[in-house]
Design a protein around this ligand. Structure first.
Ligand code: SAM
Ligand code: SF4
Length: 467
């Protein structure tokens, strides 16, 4: 079906998606042509994306992974952005069949953090070194735009350890344009909305009629309204496991291409959570995605939209996250707790009735940092571009030649040094210090190197954090 009922939202053409996915496998020479285009940092169209999604030959699949790895290295280098989710409230009027917060789940413990409780959570997050948060809300009349804006301000105004939270992203229900203007004013980073499934019939099945979320088009147009209202930093996503993963991947690429065409900027990030067990949920789903298919999905997304950040959350197991960092993912959360109040009240054991779903990776931030450093990544807490008032990191990173080398890498190294100095365990500090020294030695611009060494010495010997 062509979702063409509202002007401007005609980019999900289900007939086209199904037809593209049914095409016979092309010659390997055609696949290599597409890989070369991608390596040249050009966006892929839907036809090309579908061809890569359809590859089944193990050798060609390996070429897809190798090219995605190479592309990721060329575009992002070794930097990985870290963040943590902060669940503000789980009241919800919707009844999404897959979610522990759904209204019919009477076992769910409902709670909304007040300002002082938010402050406590933020201090706990700051005390382990976090700088970027994503605030998460159920859908409920009390969580309107004014409420979201107030909670964002509360987070920014909380002062905890050595530094404050520098960037607050949002994952909440779609708003109207006026609502987006209100949350934009509060200084939000990315506004994320996941379409859940781009397949209309499945969407109807998992979002029962009569609930606010049952309106597919209201949700699909949610980020167009955000863009129109001035929130030009948005994140899209789909919940994998509800319908055919290849179809959803085309939905995500079509959505990204649409935003790029309509507003001149694509989405800042794409998320692709896989369905996890949730409180009182029937987990017998026909479309669950295997690890192998998940890897294939991530590699193809990397190749299709070279400049869009890819997020893999702690829903996934540590081993899966480690793999996808190599050939696609550029942002991860760490040390995450998703029960309301979980950063100060959590038990070692996950409590299903307080959570939206079960997490696969509950390692603390310090352990995740150490693994990243040991694997040669450069974990970054840098938010300098936002603080300069630019639209998304991508604006400068990718439009100014040499920007990453001269600006992003040094900033990642200084924010990493801050982390190592203020928060890291001894073991993590040792691994991180070696990486910072190696990276500095590798800088080919003497002036940048001198300035950086000076800055790093300052961080190690003082409390000054303003750079
Ligand atoms: N209530 C808002 C909404 O629905 O857009 C905010 C987001 S909801 C708290 C965050 C996301 O979690 C949803 O968009 C959905 O994709 C994902 N989610 C819900 N249930 C899940 C489950 N069982 N496993 C994995 N992800 C899930
Ligand atoms: Fe509510 Fe969002 Fe969960 Fe749906 S996914 S039940 S809207 S919290």
């Amino acid at each position: 079906m062509n979702i063409n009922a509202r002007p401007g939202i005609d980019f999900i053409d289900e007939g086209l998606f199904e037809a593209l996915l049914k095409k016979p496998a092309p010659e390997s020479s055609r696949i290599r042509e597409i890989l070369a285009k991608s390596l040249d940092r050009q966006w892929l169209d839907l036809d090309e994306t579908a061809i890569l999604l359809a590859v089944r030959d193990p050798d060609l699949k390996q070429e897809i992974y190798d090219t995605a790895r190479e592309l990721k290295d060329r575009v992002y280098g070794k930097r990985i952005v870290l963040f943590a989710p902060l669940y503000i409230g789980n009241e919800c009027i919707n009844d999404c069949s897959y979610c522990g917060f759904r209204s019919s789940n009477k076992e769910a413990v409902r709670r909304t953090l007040d300002d002082s409780e938010i402050g406590k959570q933020v201090k706990a997050l700051e005390s382990v070194g976090h700088k970027r948060l994503i605030l998460v809300y159920g859908e409920h009349p009390r969580y309107d735009a004014d409420f979201i804006a107030r909670t964002v301000r509360t987070v920014y105004e909380t002062r905890g350890g050595h530094d404050e939270i520098r960037r607050v992203n949002i994952n909440a229900a779609p708003l109207d344009e006026e609502g987006y203007r209100i949350v934009h004013e509060a200084g939000i980073g990315t506004y994320q909305i996941f379409q859940e499934t781009y397949h209309h019939e499945t969407y109807g099945r998992v979002h029962p009629r009569g609930t606010r979320k049952s309106d597919y088009l209201w949700r699909l147009g949610g980020l167009d309204r955000a863009m129109a209202a001035g929130c030009d930093d948005v994140g899209i996503g789909a919940l994998f496991g509800l319908y055919d993963w290849r179809f959803e991947a085309l939905g995500l690429v079509a959505h990204a291409l649409h935003l790029q065409a309509a507003f001149g900027v694509g989405p800042h990030t794409i998320s692709f959570p896989r369905l996890q067990p949730a409180s009182n949920m029937d987990f017998q789903q026909a479309h669950l995605v295997s690890d192998d298919d998940f890897y294939h999905l991530v590699a193809v997304l990397r190749l299709a939209v070279p400049y869009t950040g890819l997020i893999c959350t702690a829903r996934e197991r540590a081993e899966v996250r480690r793999n996808v960092l190599g050939f696609g993912v550029s942002q991860i959360d760490a040390g995450s707790r998703i029960e309301i109040g979980g950063y100060t009240e959590s038990n070692e054991v996950q409590e299903m009735d307080r959570e939206q779903f079960a997490l696969g990776d509950i390692r603390p931030l310090d352990i995740v940092m150490r693994e990243l450093l040991e694997d040669g990544y450069l974990p970054s807490f840098c938010t300098a571009c936002y603080r300069l008032g630019r639209t998304g990191e991508h604006f400068m990173e990718f439009s100014i030649p040499g920007f990453i080398k001269r600006f992003c890498t040094p900033n990642a190294l200084t924010t990493l040094t801050e982390y190592l100095t203020d928060y890291a365990s001894e073991r993590t500090h040792a691994v991180g210090k070696k990486l910072v020294d190696d990276e500095i030695a590798r800088l080919d611009d003497n002036a940048t190197r001198r300035k950086l060494i000076q800055r790093i010495e300052q961080i190690q010997t003082s409390d000054a954090r303003d750079f």
